[in-house]
Design a protein around this ligand. Structure first.
Ligand code: AMP
Ligand code: ZN
Length: 473
């Protein structure tokens, strides 16, 4: 709101409560959506690793123009249609190592809350109904309208900023927006009873109602991609603040868009990528996550999908693959230097707040969530530590600090590549478990797993960096 850096501390002195506008569940989320959701996840992890308690609410937009239109086209009931896409979204989030929000309210389950809020707005003179059973917000009734997006009144009057959408029916002023949309034939079965007749809620109102229900009149921070500043968040403020008389959110956090090969992502341009597609092309969710955090949230991030000859071979992801392998190698060398003490590293670092050479990286995240700076500092520290001769005790501290920063970034490092192709996933998992057993000096379990693997015709061998699996000779 102020365009300044402000210190974050919970309004209630205890828990930092924040709301993120969630996905519209009518198709697969694209990697641009995930830039926003991954950085919001790093934001939460940074709060938590800094010792704050966080409460993260992210909604599901499961009733709006798009979900209704596409469920009708698919011949499915709205909830059947949206729950399918909700589940796909959850799978992608999990693969990308995003923590689940503490609460994920669904818009379609909060229609009574939305109706109640509209009634209050009508009562207070901020909304009016039209003959077709729709209800509009009267923008001129709210003095602060346009403050977040810094619109001036002229822009609003002329509707020059995209406020007018063709699905809004009979309003007094172009800037006014729908709180409730009177029933139309093309909505099919998707209508609800209200004091203004049958209809359905407007999109902006859904978030206002769910924020109020779960976070109260004022909460710490509200977030979304930059496209949501106007009109979505401007309208949320107008609705919520006119209703409650309180400031809606103490801070606003907007994430700049992801571009693909220098342009906007769109289905027609053929540059609309999903996680599934990138995995099919041989890349891992961790590699995508790494790319998504490699730029600062206030800068656009250009995802390079095609090389300079126009071949779609994802140079950005190939670079991330290498970076992750370097990080994994470094971690492994610290594990070896730390010896037996290394296993306890992560918790130890949090207890003593000693992150060794990695303290600067966490600091970079605390300072305006500077993810590229945090990564840059990790690689600088690695270079210095490689040249140093560490005692096991020093290596333990460094290992713990390194793991805390990886945890803040949500980066999962690849386990050592195996020496042979076509190893069944189950065998790799067993070898992984054996490696972990060895790390925690559980020799009995490690031997047991080695024998179990051998019984299937595979052999696991120790290497300097980890292990490799080969067919038994
Ligand atoms: P939607 O599913 O369209 O409601 O969007 C979910 C979230 O993704 C919102 O916070 C959007 O602002 C954000 N978003 C949409 N497109 C992009 C993009 N290209 N880059 C980053 N975030 C985006
Ligand atoms: Zn929202």
């Amino acid at each position: 709101m102020t365009r300044e850096l402000r210190e974050l501390s919970p309004l209630d002195g205890e828990t930092f409560r924040f709301y993120c506008c969630g996905p519209t569940v009518y198709g697969p989320a694209h990697i641009g959506n995930f830039r926003t959701f991954v950085l919001q996840d790093v934001f939460r992890r940074t709060l938590e690793l800094s010792g704050l308690k966080a409460y993260h609410v992210r909604n599901l937009t499961d009733v709006d123009d798009k979900t209704i239109r596409d469920s009708q086209a698919a011949g499915k009931k709205l909830t059947e249609f949206t729950s399918f896409w909700r589940d796909r979204f959850h799978e992608d989030c999990e693969a990308l190592n995003n923590l689940a929000p503490h609460l994920e309210p669904s818009a379609v389950e909060h229609i009574p809350h939305q109706i109640k809020m509209i009634e209050e707005l009508v009562e207070k003179g901020h909304a009016y109904s039209s003959e077709d059973g729709s209800v509009y917000y009267k923008v001129s009734s709210f003095d602060h309208y346009g403050r977040l997006s810094r619109l001036d009144q002229r822009e609003l009057r002329d509707g020059a900023s995209g406020a007018v959408t063709d699905d809004e029916y009979e309003k007094d002023n172009v800037a006014d927006f729908a709180l409730w949309k009177g029933r139309r034939d093309e909505d099919g079965d998707n209508f609800w009873e209200s004091p203004w007749g049958q209809g359905r809620p407007g999109w902006h109102l859904e978030c206002s109602a769910m924020c109020r229900e779960y976070l109260g009149d004022t909460f710490d921070l509200h977030s979304g991609g930059v496209d949501l500043v106007f009109p979505h968040h401007e309208n949320e403020i107008a609705q919520s603040e006119a209703c409650t008389g309180c400031k809606m959110a103490e801070h606003w956090f907007h994430l700049t868009h992801l571009l693909v090969d220098g342009g906007k992502m769109s289905k027609s341009a053929g540059n609309f990528y999903t996680l599934t597609q990138l995995c099919e092309a041989g890349f891992s969710p961790a590699e995508l996550r790494y790319v998504l955090i490699s730029a600062h949230y206030r800068q656009p991030l250009n995802f390079v999908a095609k090389d300079k000859d126009g071949n779609e071979n994802f140079p950005a992801l190939a670079g991330a693959k290498q970076a992750l392998q370097r990080l994994a190698k470094f971690e492994q060398s610290l594990v070896e230097q730390a010896g037996a003490a290394g296993a306890r590293g992560f918790e130890a670092a949090l207890e003593v707040e000693n992150l060794g050479s990695f303290a600067d990286s966490l600091e970079a995240l605390r300072e305006d969530l500077n993810t590229p700076d945090a990564l840059g500092r990790v690689f600088t520290a690695i270079k210095e530590l490689k040249a140093a001769d560490l005692t096991p005790k020093q290596a333990t501290v460094e290992l713990a600090g390194f793991r805390v920063v990886m945890e803040a970034l949500g980066v999962e490092l690849p386990k050592e590549e195996t020496g042979c192709a076509n190893v069944p996933a189950q065998i790799t998992e067993m070898a992984q478990a054996r490696w972990e057993a060895k790390q925690s000096r559980d020799w009995g379990e490690a031997d047991r797993l080695r024998d179990e693997i051998a019984a299937t015709g595979w052999e696991v061998k120790d290497t300097k960096e980890g292990f490799e699996i080969c067919p038994k000779s």
